[in-house]
Design a protein around this ligand. Structure first.
Ligand code: XUL
Ligand code: CO
Length: 437
């Protein structure tokens, strides 16, 4: 058991009135909301990459994060030293799930075989820590974007040898995810796209990407892995354009290549923003296809056009997210993974806790407000009324596929010129504010 956070108390619920910054004001894990505990609803996860590996460097300056357990080397020994520290953190903050990329947890070796044996060695350590502390793996993934060999893509690389290397990494990451009881396996294609179309055969790359995913699905079957595959959409950064640019693009790809039965989406708030969408837009597109799987919970900065991966503090956004999660009946394999990092200025160990406390309290508030909204049903009622002309008569015929242009033409001639009712946007915004405050 490591002891790097002994100066920080275990974070517990103290309620709204507390002045203790190391306490939850809203996240009360055992409180029942709509028949389930907050812990069961929210299924918080912490990402190994931000908590353990992000030194808070940016393109203009070196890392600032204090990591007294880390010798700065990329050795297996150092990788193994990080594992108990991460579980000490999960225990103190009371987060049940975590996520990793293979390269966050274990270093690349001198050979491919050594790389895979490093991964297996760290997963041995993760497995025993998971068991000792009752923690679970939300999802695993392979980092197919950092190493220079993947600079032109992995499953969409123009080089078949690189493609094979990527497949080898996924095979091993998937097998280790399976062995750790991972509830999901994610593909985020940061380099699966292009820098310029001048050198790109897009159709060929997409065919290769689909073949890659089919091989992953087949391999999961072969090893008996029944977890959920996810694609995580993002429009750009690091590539100029990424093929998985948003929910709609992912769903189209999955349908076209016959993969929709095997994949759901892992939606990230800041990626939605980069795509020029709201998170609720991305969620509604996914929900329409029964493909909403999991959430990377963070938020962007309104003034910086990057994926700044900030901790979620926006109660409106958390409310919109949780309304949708409640309406879909809750997460099954998914959860709320804080794909978020501290600001470069927040480099001390205690900042890790302030950041997660804030994110957890924000979603706890979102959940409580969303429960009121869903239970009251006012929004559903108002939206239902807005479409009520489709409940019977000619509208119901349209929905039942019973109309033609001829029959609608005849109907249109038989009625007074229609006057559409107000959309009542401002009234609905006021109603939302009534729930939030
Ligand atoms: C990058 C991002 C990734 C994925 C996993 O923007 O969100 O960390 O979540 O590869
Ligand atoms: Co993410």
């Amino acid at each position: 058991m490591s002891d790097y956070f002994s100066h920080i108390p275990k974070i517990q619920f103290e309620g709204k009135g507390t002045t203790n910054p190391f306490a939850f004001r809203h996240y009360n894990p055992d409180e029942i909301i709509m028949g389930k505990t907050m812990r069961e609803h929210l299924r918080f996860g912490a990402p190994y990459w931000h908590v353990m590996r992000n030194d808070l460097s940016d393109p203009f300056g070196a890392g600032t994060a204090l990591m007294p357990w880390d010798d700065g080397s990329d050795s297996l020994e150092n990788a193994l030293k990080r594992v108990p520290v991460f579980f000490e953190f999960l225990n103190k903050i009371d987060i049940d799930y975590y996520c990793w990329h293979d390269r966050d947890i274990s270093p690349e070796g001198k050979t491919l075989a050594e790389t895979h044996s490093n991964l297996a060695a760290v997963c041995d350590a993760l497995e025993s820590e998971q068991k000792a502390h009752g923690k679970k793996l939300l999802w695993g993934t392979s980092c197919l974007f950092s190493h220079p060999r993947y600079s032109q893509g992995a499953a969409t690389s123009p080089d078949a040898n690189v493609y094979a290397y990527a497949a080898s990494n996924v095979k091993h990451a998937l097998e280790q995810t399976h062995r750790l009881g991972g509830e999901g396996y994610t593909f985020w294609g940061g380099r699966e796209g292009y820098a310029t179309l001048l050198n790109t055969d897009m159709k060929r790359e997409l065919d290769h990407l689909a073949a890659f995913f089919h091989m992953a699905v087949d391999h999961a079957k072969k090893i008996g892995y029944t977890g959920q595959f996810y694609i995580e959409p993002k429009p750009m950064e690091p590539s100029t354009h990424q093929y998985d640019s948003d929910s709609a693009a992912c769903l189209n790809f999955l349908r076209e290549y016959n993969l929709l039965d095997h994949f759901k989406l892992n939606l990230e708030t800041n990626h939605a923003t980069l795509a020029g969408h709201t998170m609720q837009h991305e969620m509604d597109v996914a929900l329409g296809a029964n493909a909403l799987g999991s959430i990377d919970a963070n938020q962007g900065d309104e003034l910086i056009g990057w994926d700044t991966d900030q901790f979620p503090t926006d109660i409106y956004m958390a409310t919109h997210v949780m309304v949708r999660i409640l309406k879909m009946g809750g997460f099954t394999t998914g959860g709320l993974n804080f794909d978020a990092k501290r600001r470069r200025e927040s480099h001390e160990l205690e900042d890790l806790f302030h950041a997660h406390v804030g994110g957890m309290d924000t979603f706890a508030r979102g959940l409580k407000i969303a429960a009121k909204i869903v239970e009251d049903g006012r929004f559903d009622e108002l939206v239902g009324q807005r479409y009520s002309s489709f409940d019977n008569g000619i509208g119901a015929d349209v929905e039942a596929g019973k109309t033609t242009l001829d029959s609608l033409d005849a109907f249109a001639h038989s009625i007074q010129a229609p006057v559409v009712a107000s959309g009542r946007q401002e009234m609905l915004e006021n109603l939302l504010n009534d729930y939030i405050v």
